[in-house]
Design a protein around this ligand. Structure first.
Ligand code: NAP
Ligand code: MG
Length: 405
């Protein structure tokens, strides 16, 4: 078979530790033999970030703006211990944070579902995708520990002379206060990313806040979403037969649990933080969570939701064979290649991405799986627990059978 050709380069962001090892295995075994991979390579591994003083991270984000689609390997976000381990000149910021800030994007996380791993919530049949607004609110709040009796005030001074001042509370004893904010521009970007992704994946979009209690703050989110939907997306949604649906967060939680899945749930920053951990745990394994950053102008960066799986890497360094699950990283590649294929009108590339995913799912449904999953399967399932290399090899066989059919 002739290798599948690509038109536009795909931005490739390499990463760290175990996922960097898996990255190469996936490329060598599952991609390069079949696709004439046209990537623009950026090494986001920590040594290269240190060498370039993090310039490589910025460059990779600019390249994503230019070409529109990227695939990213998990990377280390340095902490104090990593600064020592890698002898860093600075505690470099999280690459994901940097890329997200440049692309102004929203992160969508969705589980990969297989027959033998049943979600804790029995009626969930399809993935629930969580969209988290990753800007502002409590994450950028100003806080103060009130030490004694006194008055706390919320005040604003406008450039145009507008002034606002209101007592928050007259403290009769010690307490706490917090001032948080968000920006219309960021909420607007969030809304566009959500509506675009719903159209892209042909799924309903749910959005929830607590606007009955937060009559200015959360209400602003609700109104901005409504306005953008009515003016720019309603028609397209109706054409596709998908819905935009707003409800209170507590109502949303109840509906999510009763639902069978198959929609996008857009959440404010804190809600998304909490709910995405709940939803991913209920679906099974972090190793089966995919993640895509979507910018309001339709740029895409695909990755796995998990980290660099450090503990497995140390075992790998000792020469041990690991059973690390490559699913989410393979799906980052297939997601990115499919998107590239769609944008460049390359049906062969889209077909390849679909078959690669099918090959993975088929392999898992034959109960050939890595260690993390073998502990999650329903009772009575007979599992063949394999190493990462063997799993990838099984996927390769399944893929070839499909490709050459
Ligand atoms: P992690 O790498 O996601 O791993 C946490 C644990 O989850 C692992 O120790 C492993 O459990 C299990 N696990 C995760 N992915 C797995 C997979 N593919 N297959 C099998 N098991 C898997 O998170 P972490 O240990 O908190 O962070 C490690 C490094 O990753 C940190 O330096 C952090 O900064 C970075 N990180 C990067 C990203 C990103 O780039 N998006 C996200 C999160 C964290 P067992 O060891 O029990 O098998
Ligand atoms: Mg969290």
């Amino acid at each position: 078979m002739e290798k599948i050709k690509m038109k536009t380069p795909l931005v490739e962001m390499d990463g760290d530790e175990m996922t960097r090892i898996i990255w190469k295995m996936i490329k060598d075994e599952l991609l390069l033999p079949y696709v004439d991979l046209n990537t623009e390579y950026y090494d986001l591994g920590l040594p290269e970030r240190e060498r370039t003083q993090d310039k490589v991270t910025f460059d990779s984000a600019y390249a994503t703006q230019k070409y529109g689609v990227a695939v990213k390997c998990a990377t280390i976000t340095p902490n104090k211990q990593r600064v020592e381990e890698y002898n860093l000149s600075q505690m470099w910021k999280s690459p994901n944070g940097t890329i997200r800030a440049i692309l102004d994007g929203t992160v969508f996380r969705a589980p990969i579902i297989i027959d033998s791993v049943k979600p804790v919530v029995r009626n969930w049949k399809k993935p629930i995708t969580i969209a988290r607004h990753a800007y502002g609110d409590v994450y950028k709040a100003t806080e103060y520990r009130v030490p004694c009796k006194g008055t706390a005030t919320l005040s604003f001074k406008g450039e145009n002379g507008e002034e606002f001042s209101k007592t928050i509370y007259d403290f009769e004893c010690p307490g706490v206060i917090q001032g948080m904010y968000n920006k219309d521009s960021s909420i607007i970007s969030f809304a566009h990313s959500c509506f675009k992704f719903a159209i892209d994946t042909k799924q309903d979009l749910w959005f929830s806040t607590k606007d009955t209690i937060s009559k200015q703050y959360d209400q602003t989110f609700k109104l901005i979403f409504e306005d953008i939907y009515e003016k720019q997306y309603r028609e397209k949604f109706e054409e596709l037969g998908i819905k935009y649906f707003y409800t209170l967060i507590d109502d949303a939680v109840a509906r999510v649990i009763r639902s069978e899945g198959g929609y996008i749930w857009a959440c404010k920053n804190y809600d998304g933080d909490v709910m995405s951990d709940m939803v991913s745990t209920a679906f099974g394994s972090l190793a089966m969570m995919t993640s895509v950053l979507v910018s309001p102008d339709g740029k895409y960066e695909y990755e796995a939701a998990h980290g660099t799986v450090t503990r497995h890497y140390y075992r790998y360094l000792k020469g041990e064979e690991t059973s690390t699950n490559p699913m989410a990283t393979i799906f980052a590649w297939s997601g990115a290649l499919r998107k590239r294929g769609e944008l460049d009108s390359l049906p062969e590339l889209v077909r390849f991405a679909n078959l690669l995913e099918e090959a993975c799912i088929d392999t898992l449904n034959r109960n050939i799986m890595t260690k993390d999953l073998s502990g999650l399967v329903s009772e009575g399932t007979e599992v063949t627990q394999v190493s990462t290399a063997r799993f990838i090899n099984e996927v390769k066989k399944a893929l070839e059978a499909k490709l050459y059919l």
